[in-house]
Ligand binder design. Sequence first.
Ligand SMILES: C[S@@+](CC[C@H](N)C(=O)[O-])C[C@H]1O[C@@H](n2cnc3c(N)ncnc32)[C@H](O)[C@@H]1O
Length: 341
Amino acid sequence: MTTLFQTLPQPAYFTRNGACYLGDSLKLLRRLPGDCVDLVVTSPPFALLRQKAYGNRDQEEYVTWLCAFGNEIRRVLRDTGSFVLDLGGAYQRGVPVRSLHQYRVLLKMCDEVGFYLAEEFFWYNPAKLPSPIEWVNKRKLRAKDAVNTLWWFSKSEWPKADVRQVLVPYSERMKTLLRNPEAFYRPKNRPSGHGISSGFGTDNGGAIPSNLLRIPNTESSSSYLRLCKLVGVKPHPARFPAALPEFFIRFLTTEQDLVLDIFAGSNTTGYVAEQLGRKWIALELDASYVAGSALRFMESLSERDVTRMFASFAIGSRNEPVDLSGLPTLFDLAKVERGTW
Ligand SMILES: C[S@@+](CC[C@H](N)C(=O)[O-])C[C@H]1O[C@@H](n2cnc3c(N)ncnc32)[C@H](O)[C@@H]1O
């Protein structure tokens, strides 16, 4: 599979299940047919005030800029499709007052682009460093901001979703109940009026997760980082943890569905989709990030072969896409640091 759609240009590389394209995702999205994507999960460059290595936009401009992608995303999504957008917060310039950009994006995506808000999620990263240093560390005026908003948009009111695919381990209390439901609970009514029936004693294989996803972003020993070091490329500075796209891919798609990341960076999304047997498309503007992301799929190769394959990977100067479809991956989803979802 060199290309999923003939309407797209040559990918930079492709695997068994997907392909990564170098270019402006707005232009590439326009070349995709409508109603073909099941899930878009992505983390855009944020409107942060501190300049980051991957580029920024002024906060007001940012909302308009991002919503232009929303129009195309809505077009390419199937009616049952979802769009999960990871947006961090930010302070306004020079004052300890928050920007409202992620809420403006939410409202514009729904009011003007036509999405529904299926549910809001919050990604709590306990490993997040205090920021901005001025308000949090130096002047001690604000608490540490450790939560990103994740807007789960849908094209219709009834997106495909199955929460049973992302159950979390039962609490100790629930495990005790399941061992001996009769002794633990008598069916009764709570003061709230909600009945507690014997159904609570049924083992469903896990508990329903909440919309607070506690996922540390502490990756320090992955083969991606090891191989970046080996070939001398700078790892992507703003990767999300694999458990984040994994949660939504499991929750909102089934095998063979098509997952798209329009700001792919190091292609965490494509990599997880590959392991889960979903088809995927990754779009990324920066050639060095695209090249580095290919390393994710080379983990089963010897260091010599990685170096050789990477050297032949001069993106932009070659016409043929790099074929990574024969490479087995060693990635073990069971080992992904999940947090508490
Ligand atoms: C926050 S990073 C995504 C990181 C990614 N989730 C990961 O885990 O590696 C955002 C990415 O969007 C890319 N980007 C910005 N504008 C773009 C555009 N118009 N088209 C495609 N990619 C773009 C940036 O180069 C950057 O790599």
